[in-house]
Design a protein around this ligand. Structure first.
Ligand code: FAD
Length: 469
């Protein structure tokens, strides 16, 4: 009988254990993507980027004599309908680790099994599934470095190459048309501005991995923290959608390490930060929505979205160049350099004393590499409320940071047009990307800081000390 391959965040064909398991059954394989509540709940940019990925995957499947079947509705209802229509005897999928997905998948597995369908999930989205690594006390990790030490020498399974052809059913079930899903509809900003900055699909991700681990990883230690340089892998958008597997990244990083590349160990560490984020999301799901350290519930976070300071932060108009450059980079490219993410997050939660949830949600709406685990951990890390977090009293000074990481002002010139005689293309692109109602123009006068850096810092420290944190 046929096997339904239920795809979610595993939009690739190589190094795909669930696909291999489907092929091993021997019958036709029917790849399916379901637009359920989880997809509808994505932020605008992530949903748009997902559409690009699905389009790409459908083409790749087409080249292998297969198809991508698109359906919408409740996942279980859709899978049951497809089982009825195709006579499929099995369903395979790759596991996810956020609480909503776990709950849904458990219910799907139980119900399908009751129907007599062979329903199985597989690893593939992570290097180390959250229950496979634990401290010597048998607990989950709450600090990064011991987890890193525990896994750093691990070998992970060899990448399996993409099958050259997928056995097809005699008749294909009906599919929705991707255009009808209008996954880009909520992109308030100009999608055309954002498009050239996306690296879509498996081939592009693999090429980039090859380039990065061969030509760039040796310099990673010196360039990774400098936003004006293309010094990092840029693979986050591919990893979050599963266009490339973390196992393939790990093995390429390991190869570079064994060849003596200086930045390789640091890069492998970053891959483990992603694992750490999922480890925490699985073991302490509250990290996605509530202060991981509960004492922070008593902190006087601000969260009035209409407040002028918060609006200025969102629009890249705080008057603090590093913060504004990074926020605009996200608007135009859908991504933001990690140094930028740390600085805008520190500035929002500390200088502006705004709840990290405001920033987390804004990122979720605007990042094309949005990831439920890394975004939550990143925000709680920056705010000081998370596990292994930067302590609250360590407040980044965006000016000192600029001097250190962008001493020639290249990043700022790349993203801020106001005040420049001959603004760069990227800085101007920002004004094509933003909604009209923001009413901004490149000829505007660059704003004064919404809060003095010293004043903001002192205000945050006073609030922190008043609560004897
Ligand atoms: P590289 O430096 O090449 O690293 C390789 C891979 O390791 C990345 O692709 C990513 O998968 C992983 N990685 C690197 N740094 C981290 C980290 N600090 N935490 C977890 N994983 C990491 N990353 C996302 O993928 N999606 C998000 O929504 C996201 N939100 C963030 C929010 C905040 C406030 C902060 C501080 C960080 C956030 N990050 C997020 C983590 C990090 O900024 C990005 O993963 C990184 O900038 C991606 O660039 P890259 O692919 O070139 O990374």
């Amino acid at each position: 009988t046929s096997t339904l391959l239920w795809l979610r965040r595993d939009l690739r064909l190589s190094n795909h254990p669930a696909l291999c398991a489907a092929l091993e059954r021997g019958g036709p394989v029917i790849p399916v993507f379901i637009r359920d509540g989880a997809v509808d709940g994505l932020g605008a940019a992530a949903k748009w980027r997902l559409g690009l990925s699905l389009d790409h995957l459908a083409q790749r499947l087409g080249e292998r004599g297969s198809r991508l079947i698109l359906r919408h509705g409740d996942a279980l209802d859709v899978l049951r309908a497809l089982v009825r229509e195709t006579g499929a005897g099995a369903v395979r999928w790759s596991r996810l680790y956020d609480s909503e997905a776990i709950e849904r998948d458990k219910a799907v597995k139980a119900a399908l099994s009751e129907d007599g369908i062979d329903a199985q999930s597989h690893a593939g989205h992570l290097l180390f599934e959250p229950w496979t690594v634990e401290t010597q006390q048998g607990e989950h990790y709450k600090v990064f470095t011991p987890m890193w030490r525990a896994v750093k020498d691990c070998d992970v399974a060899a990448p399996l190459s993409a099958p050259s052809d997928l056995p097809r059913p005699a008749d294909w079930p009906k599919s929705d048309a991707l255009e009808d899903w209008r996954l880009g509809a909520a992109m308030e900003r100009g999608a055309q501005v954002c498009l050239p900055h996306q690296r879509v699909g498996e081939d592009a991700a693999q090429e980039r991995l090859e380039w990065f681990t061969t030509d760039a990883i040796d310099r990673y230690l010196t360039t990774r923290d400098k936003p004006p340089f293309d010094g990092t892998s840029g693979l986050s958008e591919n990893l979050t959608l599963g266009e490339i597997s973390p196992a393939q990244c790990w093995r390429a990083g390991m190869r570079a390490l064994h060849e003596g590349a200086k930045g390789a160990e640091q890069w492998l560490k970053e891959l483990v930060w992603r694992e750490f984020a999922y480890h925490l999301l699985y073991h302490t799901p509250r990290i996605a929505t509530r202060n991981w350290r509960e004492k922070w519930d008593a902190f006087p976070w601000k969260d009035d979205e209409r407040a002028a300071e918060i609006k200025a932060w969102k629009q890249g108009r705080t008057g603090v160049p590093f913060v504004d450059a990074a926020m605009r980079e996200m608007y135009v490219t859908g991504k933001m350099h990690n140094r930028g993410r740390m600085i805008v997050a520190s500035y929002l939660t500390k200088h502006l004393m705004t709840h990290w949830r405001v920033g987390q949600e804004w990122f979720a709406e605007h990042l094309t590499d949005w990831d439920p685990a890394s975004n939550a951990l990143g925000w709680q890390w920056a705010a000081g409320s998370g596990p292994d977090a930067a302590p609250f009293f360590r407040i980044f000074n965006p000016e000192t940071q600029l001097g250190k990481f962008d001493p020639e002002g290249r990043y700022v010139r790349a993203w801020i047009a106001e005040g420049q005689d001959d603004p760069s293309e990227t800085a101007l692109a920002y004004f094509d990307a933003i909604p009209r109602r923001w009413n901004m123009a490149p000829t505007d006068v660059y704003p004064d800081p919404v809060v003095g850096l010293k004043e903001g810092r002192e205000r945050a420290l006073a609030a922190y000390e008043a609560r004897a944190f």
